[in-house]
Ligand binder design. Structure first.
Ligand code: ADP
Ligand code: MG
Length: 328
């Protein structure tokens, strides 16, 4: 490690407050940043879940994205993977590839990273810093009680399919960032445009919801590539099909400008929402809905191995872009 790399880690990532957080509230972390390895002692009565995601400039986010948004999103998408399986956040590592040593960028990046990390009480325990085109990789770990992790493979015919929030805002945010489909959004107020961009750049990982759902659901995942593509993963892993009712889709209010068909298409295929999609028995759904009325049922699991989207009058809704699913 060079002197400047050492200084960079000291200034921006090896933050005293963070180590305190690690020592007091995280007895599983014996040692964090500073040595060749972090030292961990996971509790014997928990299962450890591990995931990793890379965000590359120009691929996973537009090159002009702010450092705050890059940091938030890189950690949020990883937290979302923990949420999808019902896990409690434990710790994360950060591999950062930077084109230059831009102090202002690093300051804003690390502030935003630690803001989200402290919201979810998750310490940074190590990483790597290299020079190259901007890329951020975060590896994350979380805990669940043994055999209680929510998998994609547990859906059963007859299950209700439900979602944690609304769909489509991030896809509109991406259109706005890339200046695509402008004509569609002329009627959108500045406030809603801003909301769409916030949804794209600052997704809210559904950790709390995942830990609640864990006690009810047969299967779950987070929606990163669009509802149909991701629900398709549950269907193939569980060897079942699904009927989704368009009238029940929780549509983001940022879709209000679009025609109904366009709204459905965005909600079904737009990525980056990071809501949870989960399946559970009718009985469990009644109990869950009573306690958490903001979750929405959108359809049910079938034996058919087909994924169908149905209009209110029972007609099959055909999407223009059918690249999303392998059930065709
Ligand atoms: P080595 O050369 O032995 O791999 P490094 O120079 O990569 O060590 O890192 C020194 C210490 O700083 C390690 O504890 C490592 O985990 C930590 N570290 C390096 N880069 C980062 C980063 N971007 N964020 C957090 N910790 C980092
Ligand atoms: Mg290293």
């Amino acid at each position: 490690m060079s002197g400047s790399e050492f200084g960079l880690i000291q200034s921006y990532f090896s933050i005293p407050g963070q180590s305190l957080l690690a020592q007091q509230d995280h007895p599983d972390i014996i040692q964090g940043i500073g040595d060749d390895c972090a030292i961990l002692s996971p509790p014997a009565d928990q299962h450890l879940l591990v995931s990793i995601d890379t965000l590359i400039s120009g691929v996973h986010f537009p090159a002009q994205t702010s450092p705050q948004a890059v940091a938030h999103k890189a950690l949020a998408v990883n937290l979302s993977d923990l949420a999808a399986m019902g896990a409690k956040p434990a710790w994360f590592t950060l591999a950062l590839t930077l084109p230059d040593n831009n102090q202002n960028w690093l300051e804003l990046f690390s502030q935003s990273l630690f803001k989200l990390a402290s919201e979810y009480q998750i310490p940074l325990i190590g990483g790597d810093t290299t020079r190259g085109d901007l890329a951020v990789t975060i590896q994350i770990a979380g805990y669940v009680p043994p055999d209680s992790a929510l998998k994609r493979s547990g859906a059963q015919a007859g299950d209700i399919i439900a979602l944690t929030g609304a769909l489509g805002a991030a896809a509109i945010g991406l259109d706005i960032a890339l200046e695509q489909n402008r004509a569609h959004y002329q009627c959108l107020s500045q406030t809603r445009k801003k909301a769409a961009q916030l949804a794209l750049n600052y997704p809210c990982p559904r950790i709390r919801e995942g830990m609640i759902i864990r006690q009810y659901a047969h299967s779950a995942l987070d929606i990163s590539d669009g509802l149909l593509a991701d629900l398709g993963h549950i269907l193939s892993a569980s060897e079942v099909g699904a009927d989704v009712f368009l009238e029940y889709l929780p549509l983001s209010e940022t879709l209000a400008c679009l025609k109904p068909e366009q709204q459905w298409e965005k909600a079904l295929t737009g990525g980056d929402d990071y809501e949870l999609c989960f399946t559970l028995s009718e009985d469990k759904w009644q109990a869950l809905k009573h306690a958490y009325p903001h979750f929405t049922a959108i359809g049910h699991i079938t034996k058919s191995r087909k994924l169908r989207c149905l209009t209110a009058d029972g007609k099959l809704f055909e999407l223009q872009n059918r690249g999303y699913n392998h059930f065709d």
